[in-house]
Design a protein around this ligand. Structure first.
Ligand code: 5AD
Ligand code: SF4
Length: 473
């Protein structure tokens, strides 16, 4: 019986989502259930992100609220984990008197022992040591995973050695370290046994997987995972354009489970800015990699990240960015106003761009891309897409069963099955690949109708193990 309740608020990227799942698993074994409400929690964990100024501000404001509540409910244990904990441990301890535990990016696996050690006189406990080992300790083995999301994450490496001049990651996540392929394989197998049908392999730069440790390369890792029975799709993030190898492009040609999508952050379309960012590729190199990918998979969807208003970015540089968006025709993109990170060298660069101008450039990037995405999506109306069904659509309409999933290109597809009465069939659909005839395109999703005779529906995993969170509340 789980008597204690934990509430985890996760900020930031998929690495943090993965760490949150790991903490949930460890807490479940220690007798904690997870709850969606911090009012009911005995333990509140704030898993933090430091990538941009705005993310850090959100963390501070949430911590302020929790500390306010804690004054009336002093029994709550408050833990701060992740990148802000790593970066600002002392300051957090001084500024937020209610914090009991501060665990940096390499310390999440020691959460439970620290909870047991917490006494009235030793708060806060702070552990921000950077360690070399990456796999979790023996009591957190993958085999214990009981429930996995249909689409699950697996970290294959952590840290980064690239030192892009704007980026805080190398300072808060440490040097690049890859996990053993056999342990990754075991974790993916365990996730599939627990109901996962798609895995996303996570790393700051997956293309350099295993190089430092002389493990197998990333394409070989993909081949090994590809053989796992019951796994339907493999995704990965993030690829650095300088390291996107011919071997990986070949994997796209040869491995059908590899999703038809690649996230390839470019950051800028101007060579001068790419060089100041220390990205170590040119615009031409990027375009050439895109062309090679499209040769291997003509309809591959490519998404990217841009930073608007990097120091010294001129109008002409910015025009190069807009031109690149139009030439590459990304499926979708994420764009951010440049923000100073105190550890990162660009914080000390001259030629900072005015805040209003950054906003204006960001808006322009998003507007130009919105037209490209709309065009791509409208061209898909009338096509049939294979969708991995993740569950019921978030905004169901009365009497109509609407399901939701993603196409191989990572596009959200909502679809109508039929009038109600088919609940059983729709339950069976979760975790299956089904065909959907696309009837309508929205700004960020597609809508269509289930094509019945193509599915051949059968339960892919024991139904009790499908979907859901990694542990039951
Ligand atoms: N300012 C703005 N955007 C940033 N990113 C990383 N650091 C910064 C920063 N200091 C963006 C990059 C990266 C994404 C995860 O966040 O585009 O690819
Ligand atoms: Fe940051 Fe660059 Fe490493 Fe990505 S590759 S995490 S942007 S330093």
């Amino acid at each position: 019986m789980k008597t204690k309740k934990a509430y985890i608020n996760t900020f930031g990227c998929q690495m943090n989502v993965y760490d949150t799942h790991r903490m949930e698993n460890m807490l479940a074994a220690a007798g904690y259930a997870t709850t969606d409400s911090f009012w009911r929690a005995d333990l509140v964990i704030v898993n933090t992100c430091a990538i941009r100024e705005k993310a850090v501000q959100k963390v501070y404001s949430f911590l302020g609220r929790i500390c306010g509540i804690k004054r009336h409910k002093p029994g709550i244990i408050l833990a701060v984990t992740g990148c802000v904990a790593q970066q600002q441990s002392q300051w957090l301890a001084e500024r937020f008197a209610g914090v009991d535990l501060i665990l940096g990016t390499h310390a999440v696996t020691r959460l439970v022992p620290y909870l047991e050690q917490l006494g009235p006189e030793n708060r806060p406990i702070i552990d921000v040591a950077m360690r070399t080992e990456i796999d979790p300790p023996a009591d957190d083995v993958a085999e214990k995973i009981e429930n996995a999301d249909i689409s699950s994450f697996v970290t294959i490496m952590r840290g980064c050695d690239n030192f892009c001049t704007y980026c805080v990651v190398p300072y808060v996540r440490g040097r690049e370290t890859s996990r053993e392929p056999s342990r990754i394989h075991a974790e993916v197998e365990a996730l599939v046994r627990a109901g996962a049908r798609e895995v996303t392999l996570l790393g700051q730069n997956v293309n350099s997987y295993g190089k430092k440790e002389a493990l197998c390369g990333f394409p070989e890792l993909l081949r090994q995972i590809h053989d796992i029975e019951g796994l339907l799709r493999i995704r990965f993030v993030t690829s650095h354009p300088k390291d996107l190898s011919d071997g990986l492009i070949d994997a796209f040609a040869k491995l059908p489970k590899l999703a038809n999508h690649v996230h390839l952050p470019v950051q800028s379309g101007a060579n001068r800015i790419l060089s100041k960012m220390n990205r170590r590729y040119t615009r031409d190199h990027y375009m050439q990699r895109v062309a090679a990918l499209r040769e291997a998979r003509p309809d591959i969807a490519i998404s990217t990240d841009f930073i608007a208003g990097f120091p010294t970015e001129t109008e002409a540089d910015f025009e190069d960015t807009i031109d690149l968006i139009q030439k590459v025709r990304f499926d979708t993109l994420f764009a951010f106003e440049y923000s100073d990170r105190p550890e990162a060298p660009a914080a000390r660069f001259n030629g900072k761009i005015d805040s209003l101008e950054k906003k204006h450039r960001l808006r322009k990037i998003l507007d130009v891309q919105a037209d490209v995405t709309a065009d791509i999506y409208h061209n898909l109306v009338g096509s049939t897409q294979t969708v991995l069904v993740e569950g019921k659509s978030k905004k169901p309409r009365q009497d109509i069963v609407e399901m939701s999933g993603r196409s191989s290109e990572n596009r959200i597809v909502n679809f109508v099955c039929a009038s109600s009465g088919l609940e059983k069939e729709t339950d069976l659909m979760e975790g299956q690949l089904v065909n959907v005839h696309i009837e309508r395109a929205c700004a960020n999703s597609l809508w269509g109708r289930f094509v019945p005779d193509t599915a051949g529906l059968k339960p892919a995993a024991p139904l009790s193990m499908k979907g859901g969170k990694t542990n039951a509340a």
